[in-house]
Design a protein around this ligand. Structure first.
Ligand code: DTR
Length: 342
């Protein structure tokens, strides 16, 4: 063989080696493959946090774990994630607690108007509460992390400048947040976030009660030009994993995921709080939305009218074996601690 032949032979050998090496490392990367289902569109905060979690897990396990993400209800929808993850249709899923009234007697405390001012403080307080109580409402799952949306506000097609403008207006919400709307005179229509664009378009609802991130991420600013600040309750979320999928993981991987629990809650809260600001600025710029402040007297009325919901929650929680007074006191201590740490 001449010199040129030897060089090209060596080159071919090196190429073969590189291809073999790549496919072996790809095989290694696929050693543990997990599916992760999420119901809202990819741009929204539950999916943004999902991609961040995937990246961190893949990095911290040096590629041993690969996470396949399914945003936008492509694997499981909002209402069948619980059952789907339990049955193993997905290894991991994102659950909005408010979409399952009565199923989470303890964690639903976070749907009450408790005065949280940020997603970060609510997310950390929720995670602390879960860690402390390990409530039996999640006994069929491994809970990987929890977080909460930012406080909820009114996004409407026509201006809501006072409580009287709200009378009988059909608004989308979920869970206890629907009851909040009811108690202040609106007509709540309960549905998951993923069903809201169609309901708004068809006029089934004239607006929604949620955090301002969706003005941008769901483009609701286009249809809901009036945003009334009420800073009421947040929506709590849990990221659940199929128990057998969890138990099948090696200890080092379990440790990576356990270590990520609180960090992910905080990361999501911080992302959300910043994103609400970005979303409002974007909506002002693109659609010239109007940000409305409720009169002080109406804010006081909201507080008074929603108070009984706390007692309703207490009654149901106690019936399910939850020490409701202790839980409310713990959440309040956390709220003060995290809200003042801002
Ligand atoms: N407001 C709750 C939670 C929420 C806030 N932003 C998003 C985006 C996508 C899904 C849910 C949420 C809710 O309305 O469901």
């Amino acid at each position: 063989m001449n010199k040129a032949g030897r060089v090209s032979g060596l080159f071919a050998f090196l190429m073969m080696f590189a291809i073999l090496f790549c496919s072996v490392s790809q095989l290694q990367a696929a050693e543990i493959s997990l599916s992760y289902a999420n119901f809202p569109p990819a741009k929204t905060f539950p999916c943004v946090q999902m991609e961040r979690w995937k990246q961190e897990v893949e990095k911290r396990t040096s590629g041993k774990v690969q996470v396949q993400t399914y945003p936008g209800s492509t694997l499981l929808g909002a209402k069948n994630t619980l059952r789907g993850v339990m049955q193993g249709q997905a290894d991991i899923g994102c659950v909005s607690i408010a979409y399952h009234p009565g199923v989470f007697p303890l964690s639903s405390v976070f749907e009450l108007p408790l005065g949280f001012t940020t997603s970060t403080s609510a997310s950390l307080a929720l995670w602390d509460l879960f860690q402390k109580h390990q409530p039996k409402e999640f006994k069929k799952f491994k809970v990987l992390t929890m977080f909460a949306s930012a406080p909820s506000n009114l996004m409407t097609k026509t201006p809501v400048r006072s409580l009287s403008d709200l009378k009988g207006v059909e608004l989308r919400a979920s869970g206890i947040l629907s009851k909040i709307l009811d108690s202040i005179g609106a007509t709540p229509v309960s549905m998951p976030m993923s069903a809201t664009p169609e309901a708004l378009q068809k006029g089934v609802v004239k607006g929604l009660f949620s955090s301002f991130d969706v003005l941008k991420d769901m483009n609701f600013a286009e249809i809901c030009r009036y945003e009334t600040v009420t800073n009421t309750a947040v929506y709590p979320f849990a990221i659940i994993m199929n128990k057998s999928s969890w138990e099948a993981l090696p200890d080092d991987v379990k440790k990576v995921m356990n270590d990520l629990g609180r960090e992910q809650a905080e990361w999501t809260g911080q992302y959300m709080d910043q994103h609400v600001k970005d979303s409002l600025a974007w909506s002002k710029e693109k659609y010239d939305i109007e940000l409305i402040t409720m009169p002080e007297a109406d804010m006081q009325t909201i507080k008074e009218k929603t108070m009984p919901l706390i007692n309703d929650w207490k009654t149901k929680a106690v019936d399910s074996g939850v020490d409701a007074d202790a839980v409310l006191a713990e959440v309040e201590t956390s709220r003060v601690k995290y809200d003042s740490a801002k």
